[in-house]
Design a binder for this molecule. Structure first.
Ligand code: PLP
Length: 394
């Protein structure tokens, strides 16, 4: 038998996915203007970005980015530990540590890389890593990359998490959870998980990609909203590309954690530091996210308006009070059809299908933003009403 060929296998897998009508497609956006996007010559009102506070196009962010680029150029030129760590990075790390109430913070180029780096630095082969089944892919991948024993518990089930931790009490253990679940919008039972970890001598890590900027008094996130601090959640990770409207991520915690990550997190060490101008723009975004509380208030009002309207229409809402308001339709094809029909009516709402979500749990992942207006939400509700989704079998 000749050696099998890798690209052929990939082509077969791609064809199978297309046959199952689960193929992912790339869309090019030719223009973005607040909640509006232009694609294929069509202007669409988008309900699928993670720009929850409407900061991605804020003139102050753009000015900060330009000013820093004028002063320092575009690329950082090297990894942080060589000579890529600029004063804009240092200032942003200080700002993020202060905002989240942590001793220090460390920047990563993306959230995906932050989670891989943390897991790989903290965990060794056969350590125990306990995770919610609905955690973001990069937390699951991180545990696998580290060679840890990955044990997943049913969504938000603290008793099941306890059983997983108690299945092996002799090893080091990390319990990792999303703060706000990216495809569901609900919030992890953080207080219960923190108590469990304290009892079991496990370290708790929270990925607050979708909570930072949105939850807590000054938007400092789901962990602060739950009244938890650095002792309860020693490893806090969040991204800069969602509510902050920029790109990148950080890990916040004790000086010992950050020193350790700098030594051992390979996705921090062996990669180019993010552009310093991006760090400058992000610092401006943090100031706006903290100070302009009207953005959170407006978003909350829009969320409530959407949920009220959707309830009246009998739509299959999920239990979420965050900007992520999915409608659980179940069937992947029907969800895709719904998304296409909405698009024909000028609305961009993506269909999220397996394998991103479990089989039979396809959904329209609707996200709201402070950039939306009440009339936009009403328009979405009207379009959803015309789809007769209330009759959809879940
Ligand atoms: C919960 C969660 N963690 C991490 C990430 C990855 O972050 P990034 O897009 O910065 O790589 C995402 C999504 O992108 C996410 O939803």
């Amino acid at each position: 038998m000749p050696r099998p060929e890798l690209l052929e296998r990939l082509a077969v897998q791609t064809a199978e996915r297309a046959q199952a009508q689960l193929q992912r497609r790339l869309r090019t956006i030719t223009q973005a203007d607040g909640p509006w996007v232009e694609s294929n010559g069509q202007r669409l009102l988008a309900f699928c970005t993670n720009d929850y506070l409407g900061l991605a196009q804020h003139p102050k962010l753009i000015a900060a980015l330009k000013e820093a680029a004028d002063a320092d150029g575009v690329g950082s030129g090297s990894a942080h530990l060589i000579c890529g760590h600029r004063r804009e990075h240092a200032a942003l790390e200080e700002t993020l540590a202060e905002w989240t109430g942590r001793e220090r913070a460390l920047l990563f180029s993306t959230g995906y890389m932050a989670n891989l780096g943390v897991m790989q630095a903290l965990l060794q082969r056969d350590d125990l890593c306990v995770q919610d089944k609905l955690n973001h892919a990069c937390l699951l991948d991180g545990a696998q990359l580290a060679g840890a024993t990955l044990r997943r518990y049913p969504h938000a089930d603290v008793d099941a998490a306890a059983r997983q931790l108690r299945s092996n009490t002799d090893t080091y253990a990390l319990l990792a959870t999303d703060g706000v679940f990216s495809m569901d919008g609900d919030i992890a039972p953080l207080r219960e998980l923190a108590a469990l970890c304290a009892n079991e001598r496990a370290t708790l890590m929270v990925d607050d990609a979708h909570g930072l900027g949105i939850l807590g008094d000054d938007g400092s996130g789901s962990v602060a909203e739950a009244g938890l601090g650095e002792r309860d959640v020693p490893v806090l990770m969040a991204t800069l590309g969602k509510a902050l409207g920029c790109s990148g991520a950080f890990v916040a915690g004790s000086a010992a954690l950050i020193d350790g990550l700098m030594q051992f997190a390979r996705t921090y060490i062996y990669t180019t530091a993010m552009p310093p101008a991006l760090a400058a723009a992000t610092r401006c975004a943090v100031a706006l996210a903290r100070g302009e509380t009207w953005r959170r208030e407006k978003l909350t009002g829009l969320i409530q308006r959407f949920r009220r309207g959707a309830t009246e229409l009998g739509l299959p809402l999920m239990p979420s009070r965050t900007a992520i308001q999915p409608l659980l339709l179940g069937d992947a094809r029907r969800t895709l059809e719904a998304s296409k029909t909405l698009e024909s009516q000028g609305l961009l709402v993506v269909a999220i299908r397996p394998p991103t979500v479990p089989q039979g749990q396809a959904r329209l992942r609707i996200t709201l933003s402070a950039a939306h207006e009440e009339a936009h939400v009403d328009r979405l509700l009207e379009a959803l009403a015309s789809l007769r989704l209330a009759d959809a079998p879940v």
